[in-house]
Design a protein around this ligand. Structure first.
Ligand code: XMP
Length: 522
């Protein structure tokens, strides 16, 4: 379940609460609201009217949900919310709740309605549609029950052939409802409808902008840290990079970054971190060159879980040694994002792989956490990074596992094998970049398995390693599909890897989606 406690430390911004009825749409709604420059937070449907009022929101949006309102135990909204005077927008399941809880009628359809549907807007489009929007428009539906009668006192402002009350509202009470999904891209005027709710019904000001996000974060960090010292583990990834840049903007030299070079980074990555943070930003940076220690510890380790554990534990030891030089640091900066906060209560207990986050908090270290990205979605973090002047390669960097190339080398991790993989991986990424596919692909990288195969190069028989190319598309890494890369691109990668990387004589492409595969190989 999502946590009801506020994420943003202070109500600097008009806030819209998105009540989560269990569909995957709540996050999407929250993001769309923010795209309209209004701050939003997700709260669980068990939230009481009292708790909602205490947060003084500008509006409340009720999300869709997988349940039928007629099922026993189907989630409900605390009915007192309807009398609170806070503007409400019910979407899909949320709209059915509004209908049902306020005395309208929700009936079962013979069959559900899914996909694109023609919506007819009433002449007077009301608050949600106004008079500018087209009277006939396409909307996206996904529901089984249908709202057959709006509650007394409500005006029906749009209908479809299946749903007599596809949009209805009581402008006086500021309660609005739509059976369709305005938050999805398949509803072309959806964002305008959301904006009308936010600006007209809730009276929100569009103040959630990059500049104001940065300003308020800087203030909050200064207030939290005061004259204290903070440390931040840099991994080269976008989250820790943006967190560090933001904290540096707030407290300057009171921040020291620690960058542990495990020897398991991608080609050129370590240099880029040092260049960006030390030279360009002038951030105090402790650069720990620990590759030898990692290789020594990894000698003979082939089991994937043991490898992850070994890398994770040694990382913490090395990090601890480094922070010994800044003993007075009381604050630890972490790049926790809003989706992590939302999901931390809902994470499936089943451990598929033990995840190790670079800069992860060891149990026995006593720090107060500074988490300046706690209220941000990934796309917002990237925008903040761009605004702060971080280079594009860092801001748009693909996700990279904490244990680094260690989990992309099957079998023993040695300096020689890392060098082969780094080289092949650089070619894969370079070709993806040249093909301008970087932003369409979630991750693209090379894997080095522990087998060899026979080949022929020139007139010589070879017996060398293959490289496996892995490229996936994904929304959130929970599921993924193998990317349909053009054949000529695969051919270029294959030719270059075989010709340029010593010790490789064959290239294969991984065509496994997740599930059943995982994105990484270990
Ligand atoms: P899998 O392989 O589980 O990966 O499908 C899902 C996503 O998580 C990344 N990944 C990690 N990220 N620490 C991290 O911070 C880790 O230990 C780790 N292992 C995998 C992976 O790259 C993919 O994006």
């Amino acid at each position: 379940m999502t946590d009801a406690s506020p994420v943003h430390p202070e109500p600097h911004f008009d806030t819209v609460l998105v009540v989560d009825f269990g569909a995957q749409y709540a996050q999407l709604i929250a993001r769309r609201v923010r795209e309209a420059h209004v701050y939003s937070e997700i709260v669980p449907h068990t939230i009481t009217a009292e708790e909602i009022i205490a947060r003084r929101p500008a509006g409340v949006i009720l999300s869709g949900g997988p349940a039928s309102v007629h099922v026993d135990g189907a989630p409900r909204l605390d009915p007192a919310v309807y009398d609170s005077g806070v503007p409400i927008l019910g979407i899909c399941y949320g709209a059915q709740l509004v209908a049902l809880q306020l005395g309208g009628e929700v009936s079962k359809l013979d069959r559900g309605e899914y996909g694109k549907t023609e919506l007819t807007v009433a002449d007077q489009g009301g608050v949600l549609f106004g008079t500018d929007q087209p009277r006939d428009q396409i909307v996206w539906m996904s529901h089984f029950d249908s709202i057959t009668r709006a509650p007394a006192g409500f005006d029906v402002v749009a209908t479809t052939s299946h749903v007599p009350a596809a949009a209805f509202e009581d402008a006086g009470r500021k309660i609005h409802a739509v059976q369709f999904h305005p938050e999805v891209v398949h509803t072309p005027h959806g964002q305008e409808i959301l904006k009308r709710f936010l600006y007209e019904a809730c009276g929100c000001r569009p103040t959630w902008t990059m500049t104001s996000i940065i300003e308020t974060s800087v203030e909050a960090i200064r207030e939290q840290v005061g004259t204290g010292r903070a440390i931040c583990g840099l991994s080269g990834g976008v989250d820790s990079a943006v967190a560090a840049a933001l904290v540096h903007k707030a407290i300057g030299h009171q921040l020291t970054c620690v960058f542990v070079d495990t020897g398991l980074m991608r080609q050129g990555e370590g240099e880029q971190v040092v260049e960006t943070f030390k030279r360009n930003f002038g951030i105090e940076l402790i650069h720990v060159r620990a590759a030898d220690r990692f290789f020594e510890r990894l000698a003979g380790v082939v089991d994937p879980e043991e490898k992850r554990k070994t890398i994770g534990e040694l990382f913490i030891r090395v990090f601890e040694d480094a922070q010994g030089g800044i003993e007075d640091a009381r604050f630890l900066v972490q790049g926790t994002l809003y989706p992590d906060v939302i999901e931390s209560g809902t994470k499936d207990a089943a451990k598929i792989k033990s995840h190790h986050n670079v800069g992860g908090l060891p149990d026995d270290m006593e720090f107060e956490l500074v988490e300046p990205l706690r209220s941000l979605f990934k796309d917002e973090v990237r925008k903040v990074g761009e605004e702060l002047g971080l280079p594009e390669e860092i801001v748009w960097r693909q996700p990279f596992p904490g244990p680094g190339l260690g989990v992309r080398i099957i079998g023993e991790v040695t300096p020689e094998r890392v060098a082969i993989l780094q080289h092949a991986d650089a070619i894969v990424r370079e070709e993806i970049k040249k093909a301008e596919l970087e932003r369409d692909i979630w991750q693209a990288f090379a894997v080095l398995p522990d087998i060899r195969s026979v080949g022929v190069m020139g007139d010589e028989r070879t017996y060398a390693h293959p490289i496996i190319i892995r490229a996936v598309t994904s929304e959130d890494a929970m599921t993924a599909d193998w990317a349909r890369l053009p054949y000529d691109l695969l051919e270029r990668m294959s030719n270059r890897i075989i010709n340029e990387v010593d010790g490789v004589n064959r290239v294969a492409y991984d065509i496994t989606s997740k599930p059943p595969g995982t994105i990484e190989w270990e």
